[in-house]
Design a protein around this ligand. Structure first.
Ligand code: PRP
Ligand code: HPA
Ligand code: MG
Length: 178
């Protein structure tokens, strides 16, 4: 699997250090509150796990499974709910946890949905931000790393459902796509 990676963009050590730093920031930002942390499956799973271990205040955890890439490299533009939350969000302070914001369509959809459901506040944390991919006006409040205009895999991010279990973020060799 590792020999299919052309380049490591962000190492395991850099990711772990960033999870600690952002966890400490979230601890400060949500001091005295009881936020609902919402992991956006499947990609956010490893980051959510490492991040929340570094948050030293009470949080409730829930998951939303949405999909718009269908295994490919282009967003279909149509966000599909595969699994909805189990928790009511009205009046709650939400912390949406993402692995990457690319076109921003997934997050725009979720933010609109949670506003409609009358969340008290919405904070977005993403490990990766790819501003070159953006198709609308959506920004994260807390960002781990900015990535260049390349399709990245690893640490939750997949190509055709593979590579999510890499402990780092990398770029695939061209021959894997073709
Ligand atoms: O900003 P966008 O262009 O919407 O892209 C970002 C979203 O796309 C990926 O999820 P995907 O739909 O591939 O589902 P997955 O997490 O199960 O891989 C990723 O995990 C983000 O949720
Ligand atoms: O660069 C990416 N890699 C994997 N999944 C993604 N979903 C949106 N952008 C990406
Ligand atoms: Mg995907």
């Amino acid at each position: 699997m590792h020999n299919e990676i052309k380049e490591v963009l962000i190492s395991e050590e850099e990711i772990q250090a960033k999870a600690k730093e952002l966890g400490e920031q979230i601890t400060r930002d949500f001091d005295g509150k009881f936020p609902l942390a919402i992991g956006v499956l499947k990609g956010a799973m490893p980051f959510m796990n490492d991040l929340l271990k570094r948050v030293e205040t009470h949080v409730e955890i829930d998951f939303m499974d949405v999909s718009s890439y269908g295994g490919g490299m282009e967003s279909s533009g149509e966000v599909r709910i595969v699994k909805d939350l189990d928790t009511q969000v009205n009046g709650r302070d939400l912390l949406i946890i993402e692995d990457i914001i690319d076109s921003g369509l997934t997050l725009s959809y979720l933010v609109d949905l949670f506003k409609y459901r009358q969340a008290n506040s919405i904070t977005i944390v993403t490990l990766l931000d790819k501003p070159s991919g953006r198709k609308g006006n959506i920004f994260a409040d807390i960002i781990g790393f900015e990535v260049p205009d390349a399709f990245v895999v690893g640490y939750g991010l997949d190509f055709q459902e593979r590579y999510r279990n890499l402990p780092y973020i990398g770029v695939l060799k061209e021959e894997i796509y073709s």
